[in-house]
Design a binder for this molecule. Structure first.
Ligand code: ADP
Length: 484
């Protein structure tokens, strides 16, 4: 799976954030636990111990006041005893509601029963004392002492258990605190390590790819347009590399075109310019001052070479624009028959001068085509010009048009001549720029660009162009155009 830079960064930070959230959740859970424990220590166990201590001290007071009353018979002591007894029972009931442990509750139930027996003995003792049997009243002395001892022991047991529970909770709190600190440290270290590893891996991969692109940019600046080996990941940089390679290929193509253009242009321009310079030098040196006919001849050469020069430059510029996809086309519906007639009319004088029959086969009911009129004229000029150029006197050049089911939405134009023909092996390469065939014809020198321009024009219209020929017995150039 290829991760985008955005996803990689999100993943890196995401892992860290998830760990922090997890850690936060864990810490808050443990804090709640600690809070519960603290509340239990303070409100439950601490309160139990405090209440048990109060009951213990009340037990002592009960024994003291009961004894004083027994010895002195003073009812004030008994009143005090009664007050403490009421408070004891009240506190005992409160403590019973307060405790949540079964064992403590069992102790308290036991205390309840024992203290009831104790108070019954006291009541019995009071009855005996009322009857004047002070001596007999004393018979409960040992029994009361036992009961009070039982109460005290039970209260001691409650205090011990409550303290134990409190200590256990404090110990557990301390363990939780240590655990939380450990988990926190481990989570932060693990999160940091994972986050750092992801960041390091991403940074290394992205940085490596960017460095390669940067180095390639320097190459491009130094006119070295070789493409980069593909980079698979991250996808953004992979796409950037693909675009960069497209740009390099295009620059390489343009560079080759530029070099081709310069080499052919210098060759094409040098010949006519040399002829012009030689002819003009001769005229300036007064070589033919006495021979106006020779002077005229030289001027004709200069004029002809200028014409050729302009023609060559125009063709080269046209082809460069087409190769760079910078030629603008204004497509519209065109009546092809009318356009063909004007092309034939334009070249008729040349045909007549060469004594070549130039004929447009009439054809009615043809559909209009979608084309750029100027470029279509240029195409016909090139093909008809060639046909006339390579056909000897007495020959013929025919143009036929047809729109049938075979051409499938296209109209086909054929220019057939009875000229020198083209070798089979050259039928494809003649459409390459600057490609010329030495067919032994004594024809004027061409630029080798006409057919290349024709190919670009037809392709820009969405059509096809091809040539067929029997060497020595004429050629046919055919192309198709989309029907409007
Ligand atoms: P040029 O300016 O040399 O004519 P083109 O690109 O128009 O350049 O043609 C390329 C070559 O194809 C020509 O040099 C010529 O040898 C050959 N050629 C083109 N048209 C014809 C034709 N109708 N008959 C014979 N040869 C042709």
């Amino acid at each position: 799976m290829q991760l985008t830079i955005f996803k990689r960064l999100t993943l890196g930070y995401g892992v860290f954030v998830i760990l922090l959230i997890g850690l936060g959740g864990y810490v808050s859970f443990q804090l709640k636990h600690l809070n519960r424990l603290t509340r239990a220590v303070v409100l439950q166990d601490g309160e139990t111990v405090r209440q048990a201590e109060t009951l213990d001290s009340m037990t002592g007071s009960l024994a003291r006041f009961e004894k004083k009353h027994l010895v002195t018979g003073d009812s004030a002591f008994f009143t005090r005893f009664q007050e403490i007894r009421a408070r004891f029972l009240e506190n005992h009931a409160t403590l019973q509601n307060h405790v949540d442990s079964e064992r403590l509750r069992a102790h308290l139930d036991g205390i309840g029963r024992t203290v009831t027996t104790y108070f019954q003995l006291i009541d019995r003792e009071r009855e005996l004392m009322g009857e004047g049997n002070y001596r007999r009243a004393d018979i409960y002395h040992d029994r009361k002492a036992d009961l009070l001892e039982q109460i005290r022991l039970s209260l001691q047991a409650i205090m011990v258990q409550a303290r134990q529970a409190r200590d256990e909770k404090i110990l557990l709190s301390s363990r939780i605190r240590v655990h939380v600190i450990r988990v926190g440290i481990v989570a932060i270290l693990a999160g940091g390590l994972i986050g750092l590893s992801i960041s390091f891996f991403n940074a290394r991969q992205i940085n490596g790819a960017i460095k390669r692109l940067q180095a390639k940019t320097h190459d491009v600046a130094d006119s070295r347009f070789s493409t980069l080996p593909p980079i698979e990941s991250p996808p953004e940089i992979a796409a950037l590399t693909r675009d960069f390679n497209c740009m390099c290929s295009r620059l390489e193509e343009l560079n080759t075109m530029k070099e081709d253009f310069i080499s052919h242009a210098s060759h094409e321009l040098r010949t006519p310019l040399t002829a012009i310079r030689e002819a003009s030098s001769m005229l300036l040196e007064g070589c033919f001052d006495e021979r106006p006919d020779r002077q005229r001849h030289l001027l004709t050469i200069v004029n002809g070479e200028c014409e050729r020069l302009i023609n060559s430059i125009n063709r080269m510029l046209d082809l460069s624009r087409m190769e760079a996809h910078m030629m603008a086309y204004a497509f519209k519906a065109i009546d092809i028959m009318t356009l063909m007639r004007t092309c034939v009319l334009k070249l008729a004088p040349i045909a007549m001068a060469k004594n070549v029959l130039l004929e447009l086969t009439p054809c009615s009911g043809l559909p209009s085509v979608t084309a750029d009129e100027d470029r279509l004229r240029q195409l016909m000029d090139n093909l008809l010009g060639n046909a006339l150029k390579y056909t000897d006197s007495g020959g013929d050049v025919r143009i036929t048009l047809q729109s049938d089911t075979q051409t499938d939405g296209f109209l086909r134009v054929e220019i057939t001549d009875s000229g020198c023909g083209i070798p089979r092996s050259e039928l494809n390469s003649i459409f390459d720029k600057f490609h010329r065939i030495d067919n032994g014809q004594d024809t004027e020198r061409g630029t080798g660009l006409g057919l290349s321009i024709a190919k670009h024009i037809v392709r820009a219209h969405g059509g096809k162009i091809w040539a067929t020929s029997q060497n020595g017995s004429g050629s046919t150039f055919a192309f198709t155009l989309p029907v409007a």
